[in-house]
Design a protein. Structure first.
Length: 233
């Protein structure tokens, strides 16, 4: 997920699908998740920068192991589901409607791929949940309550890995910027194709145009945005 914080206009949360078929330095073309699997964060960032033309200033990584504790530290997050979600593989069994998700339930929500569009729908739910979590973390109920704030900060330190030049407070700034009403979208592809890596999303002129707007700091036209529906209102 790429967070784009322009000097003017709304911030953006951009999901880059793991099946996007891109050139990876030293490896040839593969699904983009192969960059992280083979070269860790360094190769992933290099791949994204060279493919998109967008400079990555900060990197943060959160593991599933600390994610649920982070959610619990703020007292859970209120979410409204448009449909019931049942996925034994993700340990998820939630009814439709508005409800407060604890850490384990939230982890199941961001992990589940039990949708017709699998990952493409999952990334929509992930973006919506991240925005809701950041909104909760920067609310007065957390910031002014030491019994919430200190566990959240401590949990973030334990759960989040940042680049060597970054600090946990870079995440606080990110949380503040995206806690309102960010533009959320999935990076577009120009179709799908079966490759050596299996069924892959193929970038094209639409993808190039999308990231050109980001790289130049210009507003992305509405016809290039694809928020998707997901299971979360």
């Amino acid at each position: 997920m790429m967070a784009h914080l322009p000097t003017s206009g709304k911030p953006m949360l951009i999901s880059i699908p793991r099946d996007l078929y891109v050139p990876i330095p030293g490896m040839g073309s593969h699904k983009i998740n192969a960059a992280f699997n083979n070269g860790g964060p360094q190769l992933l960032v290099q791949t994204v920068e060279e493919f998109t033309g967008v400079r990555i200033d900060h990197y943060a990584e959160i593991g599933f192991g600390g994610f649920d504790n982070l959610v619990d530290s703020v007292g859970g997050v209120q979410m409204c589901l448009d449909q019931p979600l049942h996925d034994p593989k993700a340990g998820l069994n939630l009814p439709a409607g508005c409800q407060r998700l604890d850490g384990a339930q939230a982890l199941g929500l961001v992990r589940t791929r039990a949708f017709p569009n699998a990952d493409l729908e999952r990334v929509v739910n992930q973006r919506k949940f991240l925005a809701a979590l950041m909104s909760k973390a920067t609310s007065p109920g957390v910031l002014l309550n030491p019994f919430r704030l200190f566990p959240f900060v401590s949990g973030a330190v334990d759960a989040v890995t940042v680049d060597s030049g970054d600090h946990i407070w870079n995440l606080a700034w990110l949380a503040y910027k995206i806690s309102g009403d960010p533009i959320t979208t999935t990076a577009p592809a120009d179709g799908d194709e079966f490759t050596d890596d299996g069924d892959s999303l193929i970038p094209g002129e639409t993808t190039k145009s999308f990231f050109d707007y980001i790289a130049r700091g210009r507003a992305v036209p509405a016809d290039l945005l694809s928020g998707g529906t997901g299971a979360v209102s």
